[in-house]
Design a binder for this molecule. Structure first.
Ligand code: ZN
Length: 264
C-alpha cells in the first residue's frame, strides 16, 4: 500500500530520503457530471486511481516504491461547468498559485520529484504552465500522470457501440464511480449529451486541430437541452469501471518506474 504524506510525523519526515521520493498529488474537481453521477466524480475517481496504482505497483513487485501520496486537491478549474448547479471552481490564477505554493513548500523541504495525477482534463493547461515555471524557478521536476487510459483498447472496448462522444460524465466516468460505489449513481435519470453545434462540422470540433473554449452548455441532448456531458451513461456498469480503473493504473507503472529512475 502506498504511504500517505499526512500520516508522517515530523521526525519521520526528517529521516525520509526526500530527494528520491516522488510526491504524488491527486488533482480532482467538484463539478457537475450530468444528471446521474455525483459532483465529486473526479475526486472519487482520483481516490480509486491512487488505490489501484498502489495495487499495480505491488503486482509489479514494487511494494516499497518510493512515493508518498499527498492529500487530494478536491476542487480544480471547472469554469466550463459553473452554470450547472453544484459546480465549484477556482479561478485560473487561484488554482495556479495554490499548486505553486504547495510545490514550493515541498521543494523547501527537499522534495524534487512531484507527480500530478490529473483526474480532470480542465486542470491540465494550468498544470502544464505551472510545471514549466516550477522547473525553471525552483529546479524541481514536475511530472504528469493521466487518470484514464481512454485510448487503450481494453478501455475503448468498454464503451457501447455508437457512443462516440463519451468523455465527460458519460459511460466511462459513470462506470468508474459505479466500480467504487454503485449507490452514488442514479442511472435511471441519465440522459446522453452530444456537442450539438459541432456535429455537422468536419474541422471545428470541441477538441482537435480547430477548436473553441467550450462551455458545458454546448453539450446537449438530442432534443437540444443543455445537459453538460459528453457521451451516453446508460450503458455504464461497475464491471466496466473496474476494467477502466485497473487498466489505467497498470499502464502508469512503467512511467512511474521511469520517473523514479529519471535523472536530468
Ligand atoms: Zn470527470
Amino acid at each position: 500500500m502506498l504511504k500517505n504524506y499526512r500520516d508522517f510525523t515530523r521526525l519521520e519526515m526528517e529521516r525520509l530520503d526526500k530527494k528520491n521520493t516522488i510526491v504524488l498529488i491527486p488533482l480532482g474537481s467538484l463539478e457537475q457530471h450530468g444528471n446521474q453521477a455525483p459532483l465529486g466524480t473526479d475526486d472519487i475517481i482520483a481516490e480509486a486511481m491512487v488505490e489501484q496504482i498502489g495495487k499495480a505497483l505491488e503486482q509489479a513487485g514494487e511494494e516499497n516504491f518510493p512515493m508518498l501520496v499527498f492529500p487530494l486537491i478536491p476542487v480544480g478549474l471547472s469554469t466550463e461547468h459553473k452554470n450547472f448547479c453544484g459546480s465549484i471552481t477556482f479561478r485560473p490564477d487561484t488554482y495556479y498559485h495554490l499548486l505553486y505554493d504547495i510545490c514550493s513548500s515541498l521543494a523547501h523541504h527537499g522534495f524534487q520529484k512531484i507527480a500530478f495525477l490529473i483526474c480532470h482534463g480542465g486542470n491540465t493547461p494550468i498544470v502544464q504552465v505551472l510545471s514549466r515555471e516550477l522547473r525553471s524557478e525552483l529546479g524541481i521536476y514536475p511530472f504528469f500522470l493521466s487518470s484514464g487510459a481512454f485510448s487503450h483498447p481494453d478501455v475503448k472496448a468498454t464503451v457501447s457501440e455508437g457512443n462516440i462522444w463519451d468523455f465527460h460524465g458519460g459511460e466511462m466516468e459513470t462506470s468508474m464511480v459505479m466500480a467504487v460505489d454503485e449507490s452514488l449513481v442514479k442511472l435511471d435519470t441519465a440522459e446522453a449529451g452530444i456537442p450539438a453545434s459541432f456535429v455537422q462540422n468536419k474541422a471545428l470540433l470541441p477538441y482537435g486541430t480547430t477548436s473553441i473554449g467550450w462551455m458545458s452548455e454546448d453539450w446537449k441532448t438530442k432534443e437540444g437541452k443543455p445537459i453538460g456531458i459528453g457521451g451516453d451513461p446508460s450503458g455504464a456498469t461497475a464491471e466496466k469501471g473496474r476494467i477502466i480503473l485497473e487498466t489505467s493504473a497498470r499502464i502508469l507503472v512503467q512511467g512511474l518506474l521511469e520517473i523514479r529512475d529519471w535523472k536530468e
